[in-house]
Design a protein around this ligand. Structure first.
Ligand SMILES: [Zn+2]
Length: 317
C-alpha cells in the first residue's frame, strides 16, 4: 500500500491526472491522463483488460469525450504492465520509441499467461514467486495493439495548448524507455525509470544511461510520476540515482575481486534500500551490472533470474 497517498484517478496539475493502483509492486503500474481544450492523451495502459477498463471508466468520468476518442496514447516502454490494455483505448495514434515497438512484439500476452498457468500447482520457490508476482492478473484475450508512430530521441506533441516533450532516455530499464514531460504543467511521467518505494530493475541497461535519466528528471524539478509507486518529485529521482550509483560501485568491487553474482548479491549491504519493496530484484540488477562489466558467467535465462529472485524473496520474508 502506498504511504499516505490516494488511489484511483488523482489530479496533480491543471488538466493532468494520474492513475494510482493499490500498490506499486510487480505489475501494478501507474498511468496518466492529460487533457486540454477538448484534446486528450493517455500515458500507458495497464497489465490486463479488466484493470485497464476500470481505469478508462474513471478517466471518462473526468473527460467524457475520452469514451469516444482519445487523441494520443503514449507507451513509455514495452513491459506488458504499460501496454497490454492498448486495444481498449479509442485512438488512431499510439506513440512509442522504435526500440519499444520492437520489444512489444517479443513477449505475447498469451505466452505470459501460459507461463503463469504452468506454475499454478508448482510448489518450488520459482512457482511461488511467479504466482506472487503475476498471479493477480488475467492475461487472456489480450490482443497486443502496437504503436502507429515511432521515434528516436525526441518528439514533441500537443494536447490542446499543452506541449509535451517525449524524451527517449533508454536503453536503461528496457530498450526504449521514454519520458513524457509537460513543462507548462510541471509534470513528468517517467515510466519505469522511476520506482518509488520499490526497487528498480534493469532489464536492459547500461546503468549510466539510467543514472543520466535520473539526473535529467531531477533537473526538471517537476511533479514526478513514477511507473510504480507514489507520486514524487526531484528527490524521488535522486533516490533512484543513488541506488544505482551505490549498486554499480558495490558490484564492481566484488566483480573485480572475483566474486560471483550469487555471492555478491548476498554480500552487498543494501542499507536503507532493503526497505524498498521487491529488494530481491538486486539479483537481476547485479547480474545485469556484471554483464556490463564483461562477465561471461551471468544468467541470461529470464526464468532462472526469477528463480534466483524467488530464493532471495523467501530468504528475506
Ligand atoms: Zn512497470
Amino acid at each position: 500500500m502506498f504511504s499516505g497517498q490516494k488511489q484511483g484517478l488523482v489530479e496533480v496539475a491543471d488538466g493532468v491526472h494520474v492513475w494510482l493502483p493499490p500498490d506499486g509492486s510487480w505489475g501494478w503500474s501507474n498511468a496518466g491522463l492529460i487533457s486540454d481544450n477538448g484534446q486528450t492523451m493517455i500515458v500507458d495502459t495497464l497489465f490486463d483488460l479488466s484493470l485497464t477498463r476500470t481505469m478508462l471508466e474513471e478517466m471518462e468520468r473526468v473527460v467524457p469525450t475520452a469514451k469516444e476518442h482519445v487523441d494520443i496514447l503514449v507507451n513509455t516502454h514495452a513491459n506488458g504492465d504499460h501496454c497490454h490494455g492498448n486495444e481498449l483505448v479509442p485512438t488512431q495514434r499510439i506513440i512509442a520509441s522504435i526500440a519499444t515497438a520492437e520489444e512489444m512484439a517479443d513477449l505475447p500476452p498469451a505466452a505470459l499467461g501460459a507461463m503463469v498457468r504452468g506454475f499454478e500447482n508448482d510448489d518450488s520457490p520459482l512457482g511461488r514467486y511467479i504466482r506472487h508476482a503475476f498471479g493477480a492478473f488475467d492475461f487472456s484475450n489480450i490482443t497486443m495493439t502496437m504503436p502507429t508512430e515511432t521515434f528516436t530521441k525526441n518528439m514533441a506533441v500537443t494536447v490542446g495548448d499543452i506541449e509535451i516533450e517525449l524524451i527517449e532516455v533508454g536503453p536503461a530499464h528496457t530498450g526504449g524507455d521514454v519520458l513524457a514531460y509537460a513543462p507548462s504543467r510541471g509534470v513528468v511521467f517517467t515510466g519505469d525509470i522511476l520506482f518509488i518505494e520499490g526497487t528498480p530493475l534493469m532489464w536492459a541497461g547500461p546503468v549510466d544511461n539510467w543514472i543520466a535519466a535520473c539526473d535529467l528528471i531531477a533537473s526538471m524539478d517537476a511533479i514526478t510520476v513514477p511507473g510504480h509507486g507514489p507520486i514524487s518529485d526531484a528527490a524521488g529521482a535522486r533516490a533512484v540515482r543513488d541506488y544505482w550509483v551505490m549498486l554499480r560501485d558495490e558490484a564492481k568491487i566484488r566483480y573485480e575481486a572475483g566474486m560471483n553474482v550469487h555471492d555478491a548479491v548476498r554480500d552487498i549491504d543494501l542499507g536503507s534500500y532493503a526497505d524498498w519493496g521487491e529488494s530481491e530484484r538486486v539479483y537481476l540488477n547485479v547480474n545485469a551490472l556484471y554483464r556490463e562489466f564483461g562477465s561471461t558467467e551471468v544468467v541470461e535465462d529470464v526464468m532462472e533470474l526469477f528463480a534466483e529472485m524467488g530464493l532471495i524473496w523467501e530468504e528475506r520474508s
